[in-house]
Design a protein. Structure first.
Length: 383
């Protein structure tokens, strides 16, 4: 049992011709300047919109910084599904589960561990505020950072950029996500009405191996969150609390979160010693599941210590304000996971015991597009 667990830890805390592979599908839509989609009365802007198409902005950045446009397109897709999240979506906040300091469609970072936002500002001459809010500038900033990592001699072909993409995105898992998108291709229509397509590329996604252990849940892969290995009382220098609550505490709740970021970015943040946050599981839009904290341990996810003690937290890659976050593969993978948790710990499948984060603390997470009724029906189906 953790001697200091009564103090809430959260509170103290990725070459071929571009015209062949990158194109608008359909009529070709140019976004109207400065328009935005709203979350609802009194809430902040959903996605900032530039006065030109994302395709044109990526093409400009590609030419200026000699970075393949297919690569920039894949990165933007992995980061934010070709959207431009506003600065308030995930600003750095100590102890905030979603506060890793990631900005824009290129996910420029600014937190105690990484400052690619500052680096982009220095390379482009744009202010940090402009990089956070203007999509075209954000794309240029991301391309500038990636080109700066490459140096004067740029890699030949898309696969030559893998290590640089990993460095840009804080680890090999990000490169895996980007190259999976390149390998399989992607297409969708954004919230601003722009239809984009990335054709499948002749690349092979890298494989990320983990050797630290086996996940509790058979369909998950173990990644782990940061902990210094000590077995003393819970403290704010850890990202979770070691415990044996399967014996000492009853696990009676499941808390649903949306990450306000990518799958790899969320896992990397939980592994960062400076984040001071974690969730037990992370689910991707493709239906992959990562485990970052053992079921028996206490993750710092709910913003409420009693809930942390008695719940399992499940993060979902994406943005709560984007309905495209909640893919069918994500719903089904997550519901199978919750069905496993429900069977194992006898958690009732109802709205009292399976809750959105907003029911626990002051947040909009997991957002208005998460369909709890559908989720509960799927859990009952898989249980």
């Amino acid at each position: 049992m953790c001697g200091e667990c009564s103090r809430t830890p959260e509170a103290s805390l990725r070459t071929m011709g571009r015209q062949q592979f990158l194109r608008l599908v359909g009529g070709g839509v140019a976004a109207a300047g400065s328009a935005a989609v709203l979350l609802g009365p009194g809430q902040s802007k959903l996605f900032a919109q530039s006065g030109s198409s994302l395709e044109a902005e990526i093409e400009t950045a590609s030419e200026k910084y000699e970075v393949p446009d297919e690569l920039l397109l894949a990165m933007s897709y992995v980061n934010a599904l070709w959207e431009m999240p506003p600065p308030g979506a995930s600003p750095y906040k100590p102890g905030d589960l979603h506060g890793r300091g990631a900005y824009g469609t290129m996910q420029l970072l600014q937190n105690p561990s990484r400052d690619t936002l500052g680096r982009a500002a220095a390379l482009t001459g744009f202010s940090e505020s402009r990089l956070k809010t203007d999509r075209a500038s954000n794309v240029l900033g991301g391309a500038a950072v990636l080109a700066d990592l490459a140096g004067r001699s740029k890699p030949q072909g898309l696969e030559g950029w893998q290590e640089l993409v990993a460095e840009y995105g804080s680890g090999p898992l990000y490169a895996q996500e980007v190259y999976e998108a390149l390998e399989s291709g992607a297409s969708l229509t954004t919230s601003t009405g722009e239809s984009l397509k990335l054709a499948a590329q002749d690349v092979e996604a890298p494989v990320v191996y983990t050797t630290q252990g086996k996940a509790d849940y058979g369909r998950a892969r173990w990644y782990g969150a940061y902990h210094n290995g000590g077995r003393g009382p819970c403290a704010n220098q850890y990202n979770f609390c070691k415990n044996n609550r399967e014996k000492s505490l009853n696990i009676s709740r499941i808390v649903i979160h949306v990450a306000e970021g990518s799958y790899s970015g969320t896992i990397n943040w939980f592994q960062d010693p400076r984040s001071k946050v974690s969730a037990h599981y992370v689910v991707s839009r493709r239906g992959k599941i990562a485990q970052c904290v053992r079921d028996k341990n206490i993750a710092y996810h709910a913003g409420d210590w009693r809930y942390n003690q008695h719940s399992i937290g499940i993060e979902h890659a994406g943005y709560g304000s984007n309905r495209r976050t909640w893919s069918d593969a994500m719903y089904r993978a997550s519901a199978r996971l919750s069905a496993y948790i429900s069977r194992k710990y006898k958690v009732p499948v109802d709205r009292k015991h399976i809750v959105g984060h907003r029911k626990v603390s002051s947040t909009l997470c997991p957002g208005r597009h998460f369909d709890m009724d559908r989720y509960l029906r799927l859990i009952r189906k898989y249980k």
